[in-house]
Design a protein. Sequence first.
Length: 117
Amino acid sequence: MQQHRAERLNKLLHQTLSNIIGFELCDSRIENINVEYVIVSSDMRDATVFFSVLDEEKKFVALAGLNNASKVIRKKLADSLNLRFTPRLHFKFDTQESKAQHIEDIIKKERKRNESE
């Protein structure tokens, strides 16, 4: 039951944070950010928000902007959700896409090598 509740909260936080970051904040550092997914801790007091940036060169600027605005984001999150406790937000880069691309490139190279033999 606890796991089901955490999964529902992950989805709810993902949707709400996507809207807040995408439409309600006016900070040039956090433009073009996609919230990929959210993972809530087992006690639901902390949430890790994984994000990606369209311009990879600006990912550290975006991280600084998100960390700087985390209190404002948390306040907006508390206002829009009816939770007993609003989790503390921790922002991290989503590296799954780059890892998947790397694996895909390796597979393509192997296919080409096998076809040429």
